[in-house]
Design a protein around this ligand. Structure first.
Ligand code: GAF
Length: 384
């Protein structure tokens, strides 16, 4: 993301002066989908693409926000009843409100922002936006008294309270805590985390974007979470210590098979298996065993498609192409219902895979998928 680009738009749109510039990244996730809100493990990393905002206190009691990419301008006050209608502005409004709730004396400001993380690709552009503003408001109005864990929670609470998505903590955590060249193994219950160097010798990590974004993805996402909670409630009757699906075994799930719907059973089966897969992949990565990493990725795709049912025709097709081309690992990434597959590809297969994926996808769906090479980058920061 080019700072001069954002700065020039800020100057042009406002009073000709400059403010401070902040940035936060989107994320990839090697493995561990829909495990975060089940108290499980995830294995994400920040990317070198994200959101950047120039911000300057304006001495007024309102926020004046300009989305450079959408060429849209919104003003809003800082009280609860001032929530803007534009969905992009609700992210900024939500972050302001959540910071105020945590005792930060947020005042009015001008801001212009832009992003280079692809929208709707499952790379979490919304978390990048939330983290950028949480980090900035903490610096500008909060003497940096809010710690990084809480900044991630501010973004998550924004999704819950202002955007209608009951997401887990993975995206915001990866955006705030990202480190160049490192994946993060995160325990989503305790928020204990470890950085894993990620430089797979002889392989490339590449995203293939189906450019599909399904309507109703948020309500379908929330419904998945409800299914998991329903199963936990059933298991708790026999096992009161159980807090999340993370605490459940397949034996426990089978004990309540007759008491939960077939659909909820499948959802829980996927989550229990997926949490174990994250741990297996971490072990495999430590041994440099990329074949196992790849095999687990395919298993995740199968589970997301057949049990959790968050894949779609286009993503299943891309996964099949990867398999046919001999790609080591491939799966749908992020919440699902569209977006990208993440692929672990041997260097020598890269060109063949990308060419084949583009050709076959175009033949079937009449348009080309987009391709992004993954570079693992740094988390939230002040640029200047
Ligand atoms: C979305 C959510 F925001 C995350 O919290 C996570 O649940 C992910 O979907 C699926 O793993 O990105």
């Amino acid at each position: 993301m080019d700072i001069e680009f954002v700065r020039s738009r800020f100057i042009k749109h406002f009073d000709g002066t400059t403010g401070s510039v902040y940035a936060s990244p989107g994320r990839i996730n090697l493995i561990g989908e829909h495990t975060d809100y089940n108290g499980g493990f995830v294995f994400p990393g920040a990317v070198d693409k994200g959101m950047m905002a120039e911000i300057k206190p304006n001495g007024k009691d309102k926020v004046c926000a300009y989305s450079i990419d959408l060429k849209d301008y919104v003003e809003f006050g800082l009280n609860e009843e001032d929530a803007p209608k534009a969905s992009w502005a609700r992210y900024i409004f939500g972050v302001c409100r959540e910071m105020i709730k945590r005792g930060v004396d947020v005042k009015g400001f001008n801001t212009a922002f832009a992003g280079d993380v692809p929208l709707g690709a499952g790379m979490s552009s919304s978390a990048a936006l939330e983290s950028t503003f949480a980090y900035a408001l903490n610096d500008l109005f909060g003497d940096n008294k809010i710690d990084k864990f809480e900044l991630a929670k501010v973004g998550q609470a924004t999704e819950h309270n202002y955007c209608g998505v009951n997401c887990g903590i993975m995206d915001q955590f990866a955006s705030v805590f990202g480190k160049a060249g490192k994946l993060i193994r995160l325990d989503c219950r305790s928020l204990e985390y470890q950085y894993y160097p990620f430089k797979p010798d002889g392989y490339r990590l590449v995203l293939v974007d189906s450019v599909v974004k399904h309507e109703l993805a948020s309500s379908a996402y929330n419904k998945r979470r409800q299914s998991c909670e329903a199963v936990v409630a059933a298991i708790q009757k026999n096992h009161p210590h159980v807090e999340f699906l993370r605490d459940c075994t397949m034996e426990m799930l089978n004990e309540v098979k007759e008491n939960v719907s077939e659909e909820d059973y499948k959802r829980a089966e996927y989550v229990i298996e997926e949490i174990q897969r994250v741990l297996d992949v971490c072990d495999a990565l430590e041994k440099g065993d990329y074949e196992t990493v790849g095999q687990k990725m395919y298993e995740t795709h199968h589970g997301m498609s057949k049990l959790y049912e968050v894949s779609c025709e286009e993503l299943d097709f891309l996964n099949d192409i990867a398999f046919d081309c001999g790609v080591t690992g491939s799966r749908v990434m992020g919440g699902g219902f569209g977006g990208c597959t993440i692929n672990l590809v041997k260097n020598e297969l890269y060109e063949t895979f990308i060419t084949t994926a583009k050709e076959r996808f175009k033949e079937k769906f009449g348009r080309s998928p987009k391709v992004y090479d993954v570079v693992i980058g740094d988390g939230s920061r002040k640029i200047c």
